[in-house]
Design a protein around this ligand. Structure first.
Ligand code: AMP
Ligand code: MN
Ligand code: MN
Ligand code: MN
Length: 280
């Protein structure tokens, strides 16, 4: 079974529409796909409706990737199997969306001060129906040839402590877990191996996440060495967290693919163990 519980559409910083993403997942022989856009569930219904017309065996799960602030770090919490029609949840996510716009405007003001004008307008246009993210800013700056590649934008302008960085006011980890639980979903700590922190801080993060009622942790995600994988599996086991895995697919490229290399370590309990997955 290929289960991929982390992916993006153009409702946030993914490049594909929900339909294109679903088609690609099907082509990659994915059995279960969770769509987890940044702070929005707007793409879910289209994906579910589209997939239900296709008469093919692949299950779409509703999900979201909520941005939180924790000790000056941006920590991402996945909400899996949430009720994407829950009005309270939608209203809550709208607060995050407004914070995205506020931060984007301020980043644009900072860029204007160093001679790079009107980035907000271009980034907003690029984002279209979706949430505006730093990834859109990065694409605009690469297109304008201000920097040579995507990562350099973060290193020079948008990363923590850089020229156009704006400290975001995301909700707390606890709040995100509450929102997800209130919407009937499971809360999963996203890509713990990606945060730029020491192992000591990582352990503290996972301990606090678990104490706050978090359900699971992504123990398999991109760019993990075998040593790091083992570390994540051990930390998850220590805190009785269930295990999740996802590609964090944003667009077709050399490094990430839907449903690829996502097998969980055997000793861990999968996050989907009590879900009625159709193909199980
Ligand atoms: P935001 O949620 O608006 O802060 O945007 C962050 C998004 O930018 C992440 O979800 C990534 O998809 C993307 N991103 C790509 N490269 C980087 C990087 N070097 N640092 C931070 N974010 C990155
Ligand atoms: Mn992203
Ligand atoms: Mn993330
Ligand atoms: Mn993601």
């Amino acid at each position: 079974m290929k289960i991929d519980l982390h992916s993006h559409t153009h409702y946030s910083d993914g490049h594909l529409s929900p339909k294109e993403l679903v088609d690609r997942a099907h082509n990659m022989q994915v059995d279960v796909l969770a769509i987890t856009d940044h702070d929005t569930i707007d793409g879910i219904q289209t994906a579910i409706d589209y997939q239900s017309q296709q008469k093919r065996a692949m299950q779409i799960l509703s999900g979201v990737e909520i941005s939180t602030s924790w000790h000056n770090f941006d920590i991402h919490i996945l909400g899996l199997n949430v009720d994407h029609t829950n009005a309270q949840f939608l209203a809550r996510l709208e607060q995050q969306s407004q914070e995205r716009d506020r931060r984007a405007q301020q980043m644009s003001d900072k860029l204007a001060k160093v001679g790079i004008a009107n980035v907000f307008e271009d980034a907003k246009e690029l984002a279209g129906v979706g949430q505006i993210t730093r990834a859109h800013f990065a694409r605009v700056l690469v297109q304008r040839q201000v920097v040579r590649d995507f990562d350099s934008v973060f290193k020079k302008y948008l990363g923590k402590g850089k020229k156009a960085h704006v400290k975001p006011k995301w909700i707390s980890i606890e709040q995100a877990i509450t929102w997800i639980h209130d919407a009937g979903g499971k809360a999963v700590l996203a890509h713990p191996g990606h945060y730029d922190m020491t192992t000591k801080w990582l352990k503290r993060l996972v301990a606090e996440f678990a104490d706050s009622g978090g359900d699971g942790m992504e123990v398999i995600h991109s760019h993990l060495t075998p040593v790091r994988k083992k570390l994540l599996a051990d930390i998850a086991a220590e805190h009785d967290l269930q295990a999740s895995s996802g590609s964090d697919f944003h667009y077709p490229n050399r490094w990430t693919e839907l449903g690829k290399n996502l097998t969980l370590p055997e000793q861990l309990v999968p996050i989907w163990q009590d879900w009625n997955l159709v193909s199980q």
